[in-house]
Write a protein that binds this ligand. Structure first.
Ligand code: ADP
Length: 621
């Protein structure tokens, strides 16, 4: 067995591999870039080796440094995780040539599945159904246009060397074919150094269904059933589940048998995934599911398969890499219940899914379900790598229960000030079509804006914060909050949210069970996967010792009356004007004695939060 394992990766997958290796008594070695010196995977591993500066090109993608790190740390094996060098056949070969164990397939299997056209040809030969289309060598535009016409529109032009959703063009009208072809070829040449394309029939209402396979060095190949990964945003999977909704036993048997044939055709060893595209416009049936590609590594979404089969796939990977046979025969691998996973990203869905980087001051991950995390509170989200923070997985006897459980997990996420997609996931998991299993790869695109909209804290949560503001104020000096009165019935408290700097007036009311915690600058309150910093709002100028007599609007509102005029002498506490906001009228009083120096507003005027209402100057005379 392997004694020391180097993990050539970072984040959640490095942490996840370390967990199983440790359980198996294997010593672990992390590698890290300069940006990751203090990262969770480095803290969890038994040893760590620095491999270069922050950019992945200069660290996680430099094969020689990783092999040198393995030598230096006494590792006998390298687990590549996913991404980075995991599907790099040359790196796999170098690992083997260095006398190390490569925890992955034979480099020849990676190469065989590397180009889409070669892989499709190989699969067709092995009797695996492939998407109807053209995979020939002839790349003459007229020939390709003729093939497209024969396939029937709409068609998809795909770069044979493409990946990550790049180098693909959907063509719906023959008149657009020539332009789409030229643009696809240009992108393919510049991104992949290979302009060759293939043409496929475009499947309408496509569902992404994939089969987990496993092979060993003794010629055994088994499958571990299917996953459905149709909930994708821009070809990136967001929510994955096992088994696929609506899958019947007959279709499953045909699909899984095809996947096993596919793996056998490349003498596959280790964990792999055969991706299929299914026509989701009707019930699933074997004659409407086609091979798309093979991923020759462990997938991000492998935990849903682990949940429904009870198998630790990383353990199997390590055993098979060490030369052991697959621990179970096909008939002993069974499907139990339903599991669903969501990818938790450091990003802001309401701002176009912009990555959200920086220190994570506050982090609470769900207490229920399985959480595979790559970060802990206090860690920093770096702009250099994929912004995935963690994966949330829920397993239950039924699909409905699994989705409900995962929705609860997503809603329980608290992360601040880094924003996450947890509110987006919470809404997606509660969507009627998602719950009913009416999913295809277009659903997120159609529904995404609604799921991505900014969440606002509910009134009850704000009331709880307001109650805490009052309680804290009673223990110390009274806050300068308009509306706060000692020994009076709870009057509205004005709070300010860090989210777009909103200001709200709330009636204090303590609520048990809401997620509110003290913070040096106010309160952190969480709900539906979102977290806000909420501060008692002190209108500028009021109570300000420096005597700045400027009074700003505590919240957006309507100036209902102005009682004074510029140049007028006023006393401290005198009502200067009234403002109506949040359905309550507020008297704006002079903070000091003096003369009205500035009065930029008049009755009937609408003002924004923080707008200058009036400025009183000390009367020097
Ligand atoms: P990549 O290697 O770039 O990930 P794939 O060939 O795996 O490209 O396809 C990525 C996604 O594009 C699939 O998950 C599916 O949503 C969509 N897709 C691929 N082929 C087709 C097709 N023939 N018809 C409809 N959609 C397709």
């Amino acid at each position: 067995m392997i004694e020391t394992l180097l993990i050539a990766n970072r984040g959640e997958i490095a942490c996840r591999v370390i967990r199983t290796a440790r359980a198996m008594g294997i010593r672990t070695v992390a590698v890290h870039s300069a940006a990751d010196a203090g990262a969770l995977h480095v803290r969890l591993a038994d040893a760590a080796v620095a491999i270069g500066p922050a950019p992945a090109r200069e660290s996680y993608l430099v094969g020689e440094r990783i092999i040198a790190a393995a030598r230096e740390s006494g590792a006998q094996a390298i687990h590549p995780g996913y991404g980075f060098l995991s599907e790099n056949a040359a790196f796999a070969q170098n690992v083997i040539d260095a006398g190390l164990i490569w925890v992955g397939p034979d480099p020849a299997s990676i190469t065989a599945m590397g180009l889409k056209d070669a892989a499709k040809r190989l699969m067709a030969k092995a009797g695996v159904p492939v998407t109807p289309g053209y995979i020939g060598e002839n790349q003459d535009p007229a020939v390709l246009a003729g093939e497209a016409a024969q396939i029937g529109y709409p068609v998809l032009i795909k770069a044979v060397a493409g990946g990550g959703g790049k180098g693909m063009r959907l063509v719906e009208d023959p008149a657009q074919f020539a332009d789409a072809l030229a643009s696809c070829q240009r992108e393919a040449a510049s991104s992949f150094g290979n302009a060759h394309v293939l043409i496929e029939k475009y499947i309408s209402s496509p569902r992404h269904i994939e089969v987990q396979v496993f092979g060993d060095a003794h010629g055994n190949v088994v499958h571990l059933f299917e996953r459905d990964c149709s909930l994708q945003r821009r070809h990136q999977k967001v929510i994955e589940e096992a088994p696929a909704p609506g899958m019947n036993a007959e279709t499953r048997a045909a699909l899984c048998a095809a996947a096993v044939r596919a793996a056998q055709a490349v003498a596959y060893r280790g964990a792999g995934t055969i991706e299929f595209i299914a026509d989701g416009s009707g019930p699933l049936s074997a004659d409407r599911i086609w091979f798309m590609e093979m991923n020759t590594r462990l997938q991000v979404e492998h935990p849903v398969t682990e949940a429904v089969t009870g198998i630790d796939l990383v353990e199997w990977q390590l055993r098979v890499a060490a030369g052991e046979p697959i621990p179970l025969t096909q008939d002993r691998i069974t499907l139990n219940g339903h599991a669903v996973e969501a990818r938790l990203y450091a990003e802001d869905p309401a701002a176009g899914f912009l990555p959200s980087v920086g220190p994570i001051e506050h982090l609470r991950l769900p207490q229920s379900g399985r959480v595979d995390s790559g970060v802990a509170e206090g860690d920093r989200v770096s702009p250099y790598y994929d912004p995935m923070l963690a994966k949330l997985i829920h397993h239950a006897p039924t699909r409905t229960a699994a989705f409900a459980g995962l929705a609860q997990m997503a809603a329980a996420v608290q992360c601040w000030p880094v924003r996450t997609n947890a509110p987006f996931l919470t809404r997606a998991l509660a969507d009627g079509d998602v719950i009913a299993g009416r999913i295809d790869t277009g659903l997120v695109g159609q529904r995404g804006d609604a799921w991505a909209a900014r969440v606002a804290p509910g009134e009850a949560l704000l009331q709880d914060v307001a109650a805490r503001v009052c309680a804290a104020a009673k223990a110390g000096p009274p806050p300068h909050l308009p509306g706060w009165r000692l020994n009076a019935a709870p009057a509205p408290v004005i709070v300010r949210l860090d989210d777009g700097e909103q200001v709200r007036a709330v009636t204090p009311c303590y609520k048990t069970g809401s997620s509110v915690q003290g913070h040096p600058r106010g309160y952190l309150a969480s709900e539906q996967g979102a977290t806000w910093l909420i501060q008692p709002w002190r209108p500028a100028g009021i109570g300000d010792e420096e005597g700045a007599g400027a009074v700003h609007a505590p919240m957006p509102g309507l100036v209902t009356a102005v009682m004074v005029a510029a140049g007028e002498r006023v006393g401290k506490g005198q009502t200067l004007l009234t403002l109506e906001a949040m359905k309550m009228e507020q008297a704006i009083k002079s903070p000091i004695e003096g003369v009205v120096a500035e009065l930029p507003v008049s009755a009937g005027q609408q003002v924004g939060a923080d707008a200058l209402l009036i400025r009183v100057e000390k009367d020097e005379a």
